[in-house]
Design a protein around this ligand. Structure first.
Ligand SMILES: [Zn+2]
Length: 101
């Protein structure tokens, strides 16, 4: 459980999505285990609640590229990988979204 948005790394975490832990690999540099619940900012929460998975993936990648501009070259690959990761997230959800305290 991080204190930044698990989808876009934004600092304003307002929501918590209960989820099971699962193994997740994005790229060699961003890899690892998704441990339990996912934190979400309001923008990502809106996308999740609208089930706008394409929008969520592209917003996550835009945010990632803003921090790592060199990754723009592999944007299409990242988008595909992010969609897979988010698919695992949606599959791993264990309950209703909770508001952060
Ligand atoms: Zn976010």
């Amino acid at each position: 459980m991080s204190c930044i948005c698990d989808f876009c790394s934004g600092p304003e975490v307002k929501w918590r999505y209960p989820a099971k832990t699962f193994l997740a690999y994005i790229t060699d540099s961003i890899a690892g285990e998704s441990l339990g619940d996912w934190a979400a900012c309001t923008k990502c929460h809106d996308l999740i609640e609208r089930d706008d998975r394409a929008g969520l993936a592209s917003w996550s990648i835009e945010s990632l590229i803003a921090v790592h501009p060199e990754m723009a070259e592999i944007k299409e690959d990242l988008l595909r990988e992010m969609a897979v990761l988010h698919h695992s997230f949606f599959d791993s959800r264990t309950g209703q979204v909770l508001q952060f305290e």
